[in-house]
Ligand binder design. Structure first.
Ligand SMILES: C[S@@+](CC[C@H](N)C(=O)[O-])C[C@H]1O[C@@H](n2cnc3c(N)ncnc32)[C@H](O)[C@@H]1O
Length: 240
């Protein structure tokens, strides 16, 4: 489908096509122009305050959904998503795990507003918390899942991403590894005995994130997995 066909198909009837084409020509992503996008079969509102959900993150959710019954017998799991953005991860998990309690943090109040709207739109109950990683979290969890910012500050990225999507959602210090190091180091205070940590990672970060995982959880099972394009993309840290 061409970009114009996409606009014609998905632009809401109340929006003006000429205005939309102008925005497209100014380099704005189609999803922000239309105002929503599909993720794992559901519709999510998006605007410039949230990252546009990516297909790799759908894979993260799918892999987590496949892994969970292999680790846990119980259904009333307590789950935390760190850096929730549009809320696509916890809202989708809640739809597939209706007995689980879903919590999600983001440092961006504007992102959380979008996430809350999305929870309503999708008729799901998710507990959203404004928090710098764990700063306002006071609970323990069975599962911590995160697609954190992971782009190195000096890494070249496509203009359409750099000029439109929130830099707070993209870049991370320490070679892009800041969130993996911080979350994994502090996670022991927020996890139950049996747990899964599920990360989406940058394609060149597999080795580094696995070694961070080994450093803080030497006795856990650590799995590095590839996405559909065969790039390293996911790390799971599991204690049964
Ligand atoms: C890569 S985006 C992921 C958004 C969404 N989970 C997804 O997969 O589409 C990372 C998110 O982390 C949030 N974030 C950045 N720094 C944070 C921090 N210190 N604490 C919590 N969230 C943070 C950003 O606001 C952004 O929403």
């Amino acid at each position: 489908m061409t970009e114009l066909e996409y606009l014609k198909k998905y632009l809401h009837p109340e929006d003006n096509l000429e205005e939309a084409i102008k925005r497209l020509n100014n380099g704005e992503p189609l999803q922000y122009i239309v105002g929503d996008t599909e993720f794992y079969g559901s519709i999510f509102k998006v605007n410039k305050n949230v990252l546009i959900p990516r297909p790799e993150t759908e894979e993260l959710v799918e892999k987590a959904l496949n892994l969970i019954p292999k680790v846990f017998n119980e259904k009333n799991l307590n789950i935390l998503d760190i850096g929730t953005g549009s809320g696509c991860i916890p809202i989708t998990l809640k739809k597939h795990l209706p007995d689980a309690e879903l919590n999600a943090v983001d440092i961006s109040r504007a992102a959380l507003e979008v996430a809350k709207e999305n929870a309503k739109l999708n008729n799901t109950n998710v507990n959203f918390i404004e928090s710098n990683i764990f700063s306002n979290v006071n609970d323990t969890f069975d599962i911590i899942i995160s697609n954190p910012p992971y782009i190195r500050e000096d890494e070249p990225i496509m203009d359409i991403v750099k000029n439109n999507e929130p830099h707070l959602a993209l870049y991370a210090k320490d070679n892009g590894l800041y969130f993996y190091e911080t979350i994994t180091r502090e996670a022991c205070n927020f996890l139950n005995n049996k747990f899964i940590i599920a990360y989406e990672i940058g394609e060149e970060q597999g080795e580094s994130v696995v070694s961070i995982a080994k450093k803080y959880f030497p006795d856990a099972k650590i799995i590095l997995e590839q996405d559909l394009r065969h790039f390293d993309r996911f790390v799971f840290i599991i204690r049964r």
